[in-house]
Design a protein around this ligand. Structure first.
Ligand code: KG4
Ligand code: ZN
Length: 335
């Protein structure tokens, strides 16, 4: 994903090249293929986005790239590209935290609405976190997954049902024809105190259910599959909603933002909105297009960093593992 963001004019241009076709035969991301494809696609895309944005290299204040967390090969390509172009063009580079990109994505269109403190539910393929955000650039992770991330659970259940990759949208589409109440699904970690999540039990429960149905009747009908998908999706949405409600009640913070690939899920969005209506809370969510990974959120997060005093420079900053709560307002403080 590549984008040009202007602090006054907003998003000038952005493009996303999806690698879904490349990876779908393997049922998940193949790291080596991902980085090789990044290498060939990035430069032409940068050219394209710069001309769409009618931006000249001399008018850039910085080239922001994802430093982490993520697959090291893919991160390396982005970091090398940003620093090499930065060197050639005389523009500094700035590494951005992928999850901060997600977290700020609801404000891409309009950041006048930001009011701290906030709670953030980050739900992606690699993360499921509840974050307390007392002010800009301060992130306290108050709930985390003990095993699988929510998106990962969607992807694994999609495989069990022989659906296409990526699994989240496929499970969600099939679930539209299903009855979420037909089978019982657990709500993991709900009866324990705290704000942590766990989705591996729900995944095992789903596999056991599918195997039981297969044993009883040979093959699953389309309706069986849709009912399993709907019950699973409902259980994930309900569990995430219950934890958000608990966080709101425990902290007294009623502004909730939701971001990351799974936040595109409409059952989850409805569950959260209904809960917030009852709690007199306010929901901030990104447009669907910016829920899943994109360049615009990284450009925006980088721009906010610059406005808040980060000092960009030409150095290769790669952090495949990078806990969100190690971030502070200025990246310089974390070195
Ligand atoms: O944020 P993202 O694009 O990449 C990561 O940072 O991981 O999230 C991707 C995840 C995948 O697991 C995908 O299956 C899930 O988000 N996802 C969804 C939906 N759209 C994407 N899960 C449930 N419902 C959706 N509509
Ligand atoms: Zn992501």
């Amino acid at each position: 994903g590549v984008a040009v963001y202007d602090s006054e004019l907003g998003l000038l241009a952005d493009e996303l090249y999806s690698q879904i076709d490349l990876h779908k035969n393997y049922g998940g991301v193949v790291p080596e293929l991902a980085s090789r494809d990044h290498l060939t696609k990035l430069l032409p895309m940068i050219d394209d986005v710069m001309s769409k944005a009618e931006t000249d290299k001399h008018s850039l204040d910085a080239i922001c790239y994802t430093s982490g967390p993520g697959l090291v090969g893919a991160l390396m390509v982005g970091a090398m590209m940003a620093n090499t172009l930065g060197y050639a063009w005389g523009v500094p580079a700035l590494g951005v935290h992928h999850m901060e990109g997600h977290l700020l994505s609801p404000f891409l269109d309009d950041d006048h609405a930001i009011e701290f403190p906030m709670l953030a539910l980050l739900v992606s393929g690699g993360h499921t976190q509840l974050v307390h955000v007392p002010q800009w650039g301060q992130y306290h992770v108050v709930g985390d997954t003990l095993d699988d991330a929510a998106g990962e659970a969607f992807d694994k259940v999609a495989k069990m049902l022989h659906l296409s990759y990526p699994g989240g949208p496929a499970v969600s589409k099939l679930a539209e024809q299903g009855d979420a109440q037909r089978f019982e699904f657990p709500r993991p970690m709900i009866n324990r105190p705290g704000l942590d999540f766990s989705f591996s039990g729900l995944k095992t429960h789903t596999l056991t259910l599918i195997n039981r149905l297969k044993k009883e009747r040979g093959e699953l009908t389309l309706q069986d599959k849709a009912d399993v998908a709907a019950g699973f999706e409902w259980a994930v949405a309900d569990t995430l909603m219950l934890k958000c409600r608990r966080a709101i009640r425990e902290t007294g913070v009623t502004s909730l933002l939701m971001a990351g690939g799974v936040s595109a899920n409409h059952v989850l969005r409805t569950h959260i909105q209904t809960m917030l209506d009852k709690e007199s809370g306010q929901l901030f969510e990104a447009p669907l297009k910016y829920c899943t990974d994109n360049g615009a959120m990284i450009a925006y997060a980088g721009c906010q960093r610059l406005l808040h005093g980060a000092s960009p420079g030409l150095e290769l900053n790669l952090k495949p593992r990078w806990p969100l709560d190690e971030l502070t307002v200025s990246y310089a403080d974390t070195k």
